[in-house]
Unconditional design. Structure first.
Length: 213
């Protein structure tokens, strides 16, 4: 096929006409990389390479745009790209380049997410791990990111009881209200054993404080 027309379209994009029929819109970088010019003969295999390079560039730039707004795990961004560009190979190649450049790092991503889930949202280990896994991070990396918070879960649990659920914990014998609190804490990702211990400790502390007054 012959490039019958090559002209500036807009911005850094050029219009490339092939055999006076097919039109491609390519970034100037693609034009330069492949040395394209009017009258040039191009084989079909070369055209496929040009189109792939153009799509790769667009997908890569789109990835950087997305990452400007929030962090992504490799799998999470891969799935987002796949919805737009459809090609598994293309999207995987983009992710590989981002990972290789250190722009995407699942460990770094998991550490930031773990800190948000545990320190800000006060989630327990189970809920935090589930949330991280849902982002496509491996179980090994998720567990590694959460391991540093082993001593904090109990503190968070007591804080939830004291600041969020205290109004339901006015009577140790009010089983209905206590069960409501326990169910809420289960949804936060805490286990029944640690919840029972925390609730018992909460009432013990209240009774101790009242006894000192």
């Amino acid at each position: 096929m012959e490039i019958t027309l090559l002209k500036h379209y807009k911005g850094k994009t050029y219009e490339v006409e092939l055999d006076s029929e097919r039109i491609l819109y390519l970034h100037i970088d693609i034009i330069v990389d492949f040395g394209l010019k009017t009258g040039m003969q191009i084989k079909r295999d070369e055209i496929k390479k040009i189109i792939y390079a153009s799509n790769f560039r667009r997908a890569y730039e789109y990835s950087l745009y997305c990452l400007d707004y929030r962090d992504y795990s490799a799998e999470d961004l891969y799935q987002k790209l796949l919805k737009t560009y459809k090609s598994e190979k293309l999207c995987l190649d983009v992710i590989k380049k981002l990972v290789g450049a250190g722009i995407i790092d699942d460990r770094r991503y998991a550490e930031k997410l773990a800190r948000k889930l545990v320190e800000s949202r006060k989630y327990g280990y189970r809920r935090s791990k589930r949330e991280i896994l849902l982002k496509g991070v491996s179980e090994e990396i998720a567990e590694e990111a959460l391991s540093r918070y082993d001593d904090i879960y109990n503190e968070n649990l007591m804080e939830l009881l004291e600041k969020k659920h205290y109004r339901y914990l006015t009577d140790r014998t009010d089983r209905k209200s206590i069960e409501k609190v326990k169910n809420a804490l289960v949804r936060y990702g805490y286990g029944f054993d640690e919840i029972n211990i925390a609730v018992r400790e909460y009432f013990d502390n209240i009774e101790q404080q009242e006894g000192e007054e």
